[in-house]
Write a protein that binds this ligand. Structure first.
Ligand code: ADP
Ligand code: TRP
Length: 331
């Protein structure tokens, strides 16, 4: 039997998961779980770069795990674990740091953005974030990494670090590629049309998997639209395209093509479209929210999952570290 390709991805526990996380990441995780050897983790150590207060961290970790399972991940098929339970990653991070240059780290788009957002806490961990992320991936010798478009540059850096390691010492790492079903990486925009949907910015323009029905209605009805297209088959502005993207994942094909056609013939009523989208979205989110709540309350089950995931992740991670140390002539 051919061995399955190894896949790694992580989500930071910095708040409730939203539709961007679902479509950029989790949906792909679920679709990959049968055909790949998957390692999915909650990146709790990564949160420290922006959220140093750990009081609520444990709870967030449990919530993210519960939401992943509620979305369809099967912890018996994939290794589902918590980053801080795999200490091997930290040692690889140390070695990779010697292969990463200050200049390239400072040029990273996400670093520059974080510097702008938190000028009083530009810590070294923030600067070396892409190195820790590379260590998460390379410690499992992964070849595919399902992520949203915002992570593309980090993946390119991971390939550079892997390549430098291979060239300097011995070939240990395959070069990891970003992955999405379909050819382009997804980006779900914020409902106000400003930037991407994200966990901590602009909560009224973000739909969370934990949102109650009324909240979903309220947010979607407030989504940015305009007075409609003035010529047939016009190009959609980003915020309208985004509503169609959301509809594409939650509504049935007849509904989608009706509104597509209404758009193309300039008779679209965005109020009607949003009402329909809200109801379809509620039908999509409610079972996930309810299931996640049940799982989150089952502490014993989550403990078992985390242990099982960590054991699987550590087994492969220690094997990688053995190869790394050997390549570096440490032992
Ligand atoms: P956030 O940006 O909300 O803090 P994370 O950084 O933890 O979320 O991202 C977890 C995963 O979700 C990553 O693979 C990321 O690319 C994806 N993701 C986050 N926001 C979006 C979005 N708006 N559209 C598509 N994918 C996204
Ligand atoms: N940097 C990713 C994000 O902000 C989260 C992450 C950490 C990750 N380590 C990873 C994603 C390894 C994929 C693989 O979304």
């Amino acid at each position: 039997m051919m061995s399955k390709e190894v896949v790694v991805s992580g989500i930071r526990p910095t708040g409730f998961l939203h539709l961007g996380n679902y479509f950029g990441a989790m949906r792909n995780y679920v679709r990959m779980q049968d055909d790949y050897d998957c390692y999915f983790f909650v990146a709790d150590q990564h949160s420290l770069t922006t959220h140093p207060d750990t009081t609520a961290l444990r709870n967030s970790v449990l919530r993210v795990l519960a939401e992943n399972i509620a979305c369809g991940l099967d912890p018996d098929k994939v290794a589902l674990y918590v980053q801080s339970d795999v200490p091997e990653t930290a040692e690889l991070y140390l070695y990779l740091n010697m292969l990463a240059y200050k200049g390239e780290l400072e040029k990273t788009v996400t670093f520059k953005e974080k510097v702008r957002l938190q000028p009083d806490n530009v810590n070294a961990g923030l600067l070396t974030y892409p190195v820790l992320m590379s260590a998460d991936i390379l410690i499992q010798r992964a070849v595919k990494v399902p992520v949203g478009k915002d992570q593309e540059q980090h993946l390119e850096m991971a390939r550079n670090f892997a390549d430098r390691f291979n060239n300097r010492y011995t070939e240990v790492f395959p070069l990891p590629q970003p992955f999405n079903f379909g050819n382009t990486l997804t980006k779900i925009l914020s409902l106000d049309g400003n930037g991407k949907m994200s966990k901590s910015e602009n909560q009224m323009a973000t739909i969370y998997l934990a949102d109650e029905d009324e909240m979903i209605r309220k947010k979607i009805m407030k989504a940015k639209t305009d007075s409609g297209p003035v010529e047939a088959n016009a190009v959609k502005p980003g915020y309208i395209e985004n509503l169609f993207t959301l509809m594409n994942i939650t509504s049935d094909t007849a509904t989608i093509s009706k509104f597509e056609q209404d758009f193309n013939t300039c008779i679209i009523r965005y109020g009607d479209m949003k009402k329909q989208l809200a109801e379809d979205m509620i039908r999509f989110i409610t079972p996930i929210r309810e299931k996640a709540n049940d799982i989150q309350n089952d502490q014993a089950y989550l403990d078992k999952i985390m242990k099982q995931g960590a054991a699987k992740a550590r087994a492969r991670a220690s094997e990688t570290l053995r190869l790394v140390r050997k390549a570096m002539r440490f032992s």
